[in-house]
Ligand binder design. Structure first.
Ligand code: HEC
Ligand code: HEC
Length: 328
């Protein structure tokens, strides 16, 4: 009986810690407060982008001019969103993108511009419109630039000054660059240019090939280090390896952070990437898989281990009965 009471007490305390103390401590430690000390609730917007977060941020800072500028910017995005784009016309505009978005892996102003092969599938439409108007404003990193034209994709603003042209290019992306996308492709296009993924053997330059000659392996390593230096100069720090991140961070954090990095890390240099719901789910799937490559093997093994324990318990029980019978 005494043992049972001890077990009950231990279980009660564990449950209390797990369900009450830990979440409370987590909440307190990650609390976001505004200038007046009032708690800010960071909420997900279901991976849609209308600038309301960005405007609220500027207002919280008390920067009236910036809030006005953001309002005007996102109002224009909403206007363009209502235009009917013509994908056939947009194809010509899309050719301008390929000047930077080449498939040669050439770094441009800090990162290798990503492949746009599934851009119409993984990014939100409003976000794409905003991105073609002003990349720094769209990704909410305008605070890094005295002039948003200085963003490495900033010159797009001068190439796409016409609203209808933006609508056409976005229509082209939504029609022609929206094929089935794998989790790995989504990660490659949205995150890989900045984040390595050690467990999946991925660096900012993509999957590391296996080299026969040590000399080639070293040469590749130097290329990766050079690339990382360029990203460090662009971002102010090397973005963290994402192998373990999905396990370290909760669902709510990940969702709201990807939607708007500023909401969780004010002042961060990580841009909003503008993923839509599907794009985020794909990236998440890839990160989960990469962060836990032995998950499947473990889950396959699980039933066998449990079976073993059941069998073992049964044998132990029979053995005990057998022993006691002899003692009687
Ligand atoms: C243009 C570069 C860039 C891209 C693209 C990018 N990130 Fe980041 N990311 C950063 C930088 C820089 C940091 C470090 C932020 C800091 O500490 O201020 C970061 C930090 C993070 C963190 C850690 C946040 C924390 O807990 O501290 C996560 C998670 C993350 N990124 C996920 C992603 C995912 C998922 C994608 C793709 C959908 C992505 N990032 C795309 C630059 C980037
Ligand atoms: C002047 C060079 C340049 C041009 C022209 C250009 N881009 Fe980019 N683009 C970049 C760079 C550099 C990045 C990566 C920026 C970053 O990660 O901070 C990028 C990123 C992107 C992204 C990823 C955005 C995100 O938030 O993850 C998309 C989508 C994109 N460009 C679409 C386009 C489209 C569509 C066009 C043509 C209409 C275009 N780009 C033209 C340089 C360019």
């Amino acid at each position: 009986m005494r043992e049972l009471k001890i077990v009950a007490v231990v279980v009660a305390f564990s449950v209390l810690t797990y369900y009450l103390v830990e979440p409370y401590a987590h909440h307190e430690m990650h609390k976001q407060v505004d200038a007046q000390g009032v708690e800010i609730k960071v909420e997900s917007h279901g991976f849609t982008y209308d600038g309301s977060d960005d405007i609220a941020e500027a207002e919280r800072k008390g920067d009236v001019a910036l809030a006005q500028k953001k309002k005007a910017f996102w109002a224009e995005v909403a206007d363009i969103s209502k235009l009917k784009g013509d994908a056939a016309v947009g194809e010509a505009g899309f050719a301008l993108c390929l000047g930077c978005h080449t498939d040669t892996g050439t770094n441009l102003g800090g990162v290798v511009p990503p492949s746009l092969e599934h851009a119409g599938r993984i990014y939100d439409k409003n976000y794409l419109i905003a991105l073609l108007k002003d990349p720094a404003m769209a990704s909410n990193v305008n605070h890094k630039y005295a002039d948003t034209l200085l963003h490495p994709m900033g010159s797009i603003a001068s190439m796409m000054s016409d609203k209808q042209q933006i609508a056409d290019v976005v229509a082209y992306l939504l029609e022609k660059k929206a094929g089935e996308v794998t989790p790995e492709e989504a990660y490659d296009e949205a995150c890989m240019r900045c984040h390595a993924l050690r467990y999946a053997n991925i660096t900012q330059l993509g999957k590391t090939p296996s080299f026969k000659q040590e000399k080639d392996a070293l040469a590749h390593k130097i290329k990766v280090l050079d690339e990382q230096d360029a990203i460090k100069a662009y971002m102010g720090k090397l973005p963290p390896d994402l192998s373990m991140i999905i396990r370290a961070r909760g669902e709510h954090f990940m969702e709201t952070f990807i939607e708007n990095p500023q909401s969780q890390l004010a002042g961060t240099s990580m841009p909003r990437v503008g993923l839509n719901h599907e794009g985020y789910e794909k990236v998440k799937e890839y990160l989960t898989e990469a962060g836990d490559p032995s998950k499947k093997a473990r889950e396959d093994l699980g039933p066998w281990v449990i079976g073993f324990f059941v069998l073992f318990a049964l044998l132990a029980f029979l053995w005990k009965k057998h022993q006691w019978r002899e003692l009687h």
